[in-house]
Design a protein around this ligand. Structure first.
Ligand code: AMP
Length: 212
């Protein structure tokens, strides 16, 4: 499967991607995870991305395309990929289209996961992420056994710097302004798949019904 998962922060793209990787062996590619890894490692890429990420703004299209051109040519992408958090702007979508044409590849669909803003705000302010292994928790629906400690690896389960109310509100505005127009872009491309976003399972069922 070669899919784009489109949706606001907190819509469940990452959860759906993780479940799909187990079903068909595609890899999840999250530009957010790649960037957070670069920030944690203190690389040049991380330094360039850090300020924008902390504020909930987008990092530059050039930086993102540099990452993705390399990533999409790695061997593990041959069995399919789930793009989680990319593309996020029309220029990124256009650059991705040109890149895939050059590589002789075609996407199966751009899946639109549309979740109401109040649900997203509640989900993100209560989300906790393990600093070490990236596992996701929620203080209400899926808390860690010991507060602040990851069940899987014992790392620190923290609130991300960009998950304060102020940064979340900015991320949602950025999504509406810069990323939501991709729905129209992929509709024109004949690739848009709008799904029932009630649960991750309903999203997966809709994808499997369409793509198999
Ligand atoms: P995410 O985990 O997908 O919400 O991404 C966290 C942050 O990383 C975003 O708020 C942006 O600052 C940055 N980011 C991730 N993916 C992209 C992208 N495709 N384009 C620009 N910035 C991105």
């Amino acid at each position: 499967m070669k899919l784009i998962l489109l949706g606001a922060p907190g819509a469940g793209k990452g959860t759906v991607a993780k479940l799909l990787t187990k079903i068909d062996g595609s890899v999840q590619i999250s530009t957010g995870d790649i960037l957070r890894g670069a920030v944690a490692a203190g690389t040049e890429l991380g330094k360039q991305a850090q300020a924008a990420m902390k504020a909930g703004d987008l990092v530059s299209d050039d930086l993102i395309m540099g990452i993705m051109e390399e990533r999409l040519q790695e061997d593990d992408c041959k069995s399919g990929y789930l793009l989680d958090g990319f593309p996020r702007t029309i220029p990124q979508a256009e650059a991705l289209k040109a890149l895939l044409e050059k590589m002789g590849e075609k996407l199966d669909a751009a899946v639109e996961i549309d979740v109401p803003r109040d649900v997203i705000l509640d989900r993100l302010t209560t989300r906790r992420t393990c600093e070490s292994c990236g596992a996701i928790y929620n203080t209400k629906s899926n808390p860690t056994k010991v507060e602040g400690v990851c069940d899987k690896c014992g790392g620190a389960a923290i609130q991300r710097e960009d998950e304060t109310e102020e940064a979340i509100s900015n991320r949602l505005n950025v999504y509406n302004d810069q990323t939501a127009p991709l729905v129209g872009f992929y509709e024109n491309e004949g690739l848009l798949l709008s799904v029932d976003a009630t649960s991750s399972q309903s999203v997966i069922d809709a994808i499997q019904a369409k793509i198999g």
